[in-house]
Every structure is written in structure tokens, then in C-alpha cells.
Design a protein around this ligand. Structure first.
Ligand SMILES: [Zn+2]
Length: 320
């Protein structure tokens, strides 16, 4: 009898717990829906003097800028201190925006730390437009939650996963978070045919005179040792599909990361481009912010990109 009463109490308690749990998840879903509705009502993003119009998954800016520069970072893998170092450098150099091409935190770190959030906060504090893209290490659920959370505090952080096409003043960006190969095996951002079709439409969609840049975590496949995908293993490890789509849509510029030790700038025909020299075609992989092995030791890299007319120039930054 006493056991029956105990069991009854357990069942009632369980019922209450389940009720409370259902209520919180329903409440969360309702809040998320409300946020989504508010987000959809927003038609512009204002960052300082700059104003971007939102058109579905595209951002459009309608002013003219004769020359501008960007700080380019990739593969930070939660290395907040070095992100701080390069961000200070970017501010000193008066860049007009910052671009981070993925692998914000290490995959396991998204589960146990908030490094990814800290990296984004450091960049958000610049008050400049900060273009962010996930890489194979970025866990989709954490990436989107962090971006959403920081979005209220830092409206200057532009999520290139949401806005795949940016027609900014003097430059156009098309983003590609997806990739292939062994490093993407456990990633949330594996490329497939449909994603490449979508990318092709975006890459071929510009008709203005501004340079179009493919902003991608994985670099396009190049040929030879000057390629932006040439690794310490002396191989070109970029994506063939990306190289193919760039050619098909006559896209002559790309910013990429993923291969930590590939620190390079080359043309669309894989000829070397010297630093601080404007080029009508330029693919750049700056090398990881996370300390990585080089041919002569270890390094920690970033880059400054300058844009004028239809030409781009790069300068590598290195922290000893
Ligand atoms: Zn990567």
C-alpha cells in the first residue's frame, strides 16, 4: 500500500516536471518566432555613416567609395589574444571593415567554452562592418545562436551565412561557407550540388562595375606553388568546384582560409602577386590567426586588403 502511494507521488511529480519542461520549450519557441518576425520587419542595417538595404538574403549599399581597406582574418580557432592584437593593428591602419573567413572556434570548444563569442565580441567592438563566415570547425547551432545573441549588441556584425550576397559600396561579396574533403567529414557545412548551384547563381549575379570577391572558408583549387591553396605538404588542396565556378562567372578575386599554412596571394592564373601592388585579379589566403607551422618556424597571420576601382592589393601581417 505504502509503495503504491510512493509510486503515485512519483508519477504526479514526473507529470509536473514534464509539464514545466513542455511549457518552457513552448515559451522558447514562441519567443523565437516573435524575434524572427521582428527580424523580418527590419529593412536596413546602419553601421556608423553606412546604410545597407536588406533584400531577402542580400545586402545593398548605395554610396560611392573611391578607396577602402579591410582587415582580413581567418581560422582564429578561439585565439582571442591574437585576434585582439590584429584588431588593434586594423584600427591603427584605419581599415573600413573586417572580414573573418571561418573557423572562429575549434569544434570541441563550441561545446565547452565561449571562445567563439569572445572572438566575435573583439571584432564587434570595432564598430566597423564585420563580415563573418563559418568554417568546417564552426558548429551550426552554436554559430547561429552566438550571432543571434550578439546581433542585438553589435548590429555591425554581418552574418555572411544569412546574407550570401553583399553589394557594398565599391565592392561585391559572395559568401561560401561550404566545403568538401576530409576536413569536412564531420562538419555542419558540407557542400553538395544544390549548394554549388546556388553559389553559381550568386557569383554570376552582379552587373555593376565593382570587383566581385568570393569570400570562402575553403580556397579554390589552384595550380603550383604560388597558389593560395599550396600547403606545407607541397600540394594544392583547394576546391575544384570553387575554381570552376569562379572561372564560369568571371570572378577574379577570392578571400579564403582553412589551410593554415597557405599564406599567399596569386592571380586567377596562379601567378604570384607581390604584396602592396594593385592587381586586376587577386586570390588571397592570409594564413591562420592561430599559430601555425611554416617552412621556417611558426607564425600567426592576418592581412590588409585595399580596394580601388577594379583592382585589389594585399599586405600580410605577421605576429612573431
Ligand atoms: Zn577550416
Amino acid at each position: 500500500m505504502r509503495n503504491a502511494i510512493k509510486l503515485g507521488i512519483y508519477l504526479i511529480l514526473l507529470g509536473c516536471l514534464r509539464g514545466a519542461w513542455l511549457y518552457t520549450s513552448k515559451e522558447e519557441a514562441r519567443k523565437e518566432e516573435e524575434n524572427e518576425r521582428t527580424r523580418n520587419k527590419i529593412t536596413t542595417i546602419t553601421i556608423g555613416q553606412r546604410r545597407f538595404r536588406i533584400q531577402e538574403s542580400a545586402l545593398i549599399e548605395e554610396i560611392k567609395i573611391p578607396e577602402q581597406s579591410f582587415g582580413l582574418l581567418t581560422d582564429t580557432h578561439g585565439d582571442v589574444a591574437d585576434v585582439q592584437y590584429f584588431t588593434k593593428e586594423f584600427i591603427k591602419r584605419k581599415v573600413d571593415g573586417v572580414i573573418l573567413t571561418g573557423d572562429i572556434a575549434d569544434m570541441f570548444r563550441w561545446y565547452v567554452t565561449d571562445d567563439g563569442e569572445h572572438v566575435l565580441r573583439v571584432l564587434g567592438e570595432t564598430n566597423l562592418p564585420v563580415y563573418v563566415l563559418p568554417g568546417n570547425h564552426d558548429v551550426h547551432r552554436y554559430y547561429t545562436n552566438t550571432i543571434r545573441k550578439l546581433g542585438r549588441e553589435y548590429p555591425n556584425i554581418i552574418d555572411l551565412l544569412r546574407y550570401r550576397r553583399v553589394d557594398a559600396a565599391g565592392i561585391n561579396f559572395v559568401s561560401n561557407p561550404y566545403g568538401e574533403g576530409p576536413h569536412y567529414k564531420y562538419s555542419d557545412y558540407v557542400a553538395d550540388e544544390r549548394k554549388y548551384d546556388e553559389l553559381e547563381k550568386l557569383l554570376c549575379s552582379f552587373s555593376d562595375n565593382d570587383p566581385v570577391v568570393l569570400v570562402t572558408h575553403q580556397p579554390p583549387l589552384c595550380k603550383g606553388k604560388y597558389g593560395v591553396d599550396y600547403t606545407l605538404g607541397e600540394k594544392n588542396e583547394g576546391s575544384q568546384q570553387l575554381a570552376h565556378l569562379m572561372k564560369k562567372c568571371n570572378v577574379k578575386f577570392s578571400f579564403s582560409g582553412h589551410l593554415h599554412s597557405a599564406t599567399n596571394g596569386c592571380t586567377e592564373t596562379y601567378e604570384p602577386v607581390p604584396q602592396k601592388q594593385f592587381s586586376p585579379s587577386l586570390l588571397v589566403t592570409p594564413g591562420a590567426v592561430l599559430r601555425h607551422k611554416t617552412r621556417t618556424g611558426y607564425a600567426c597571420n592576418a592581412a590588409i586588403i585595399t580596394v580601388t576601382g577594379k583592382t585589389l592589393m594585399y599586405e600580410l601581417l605577421e605576429r612573431d
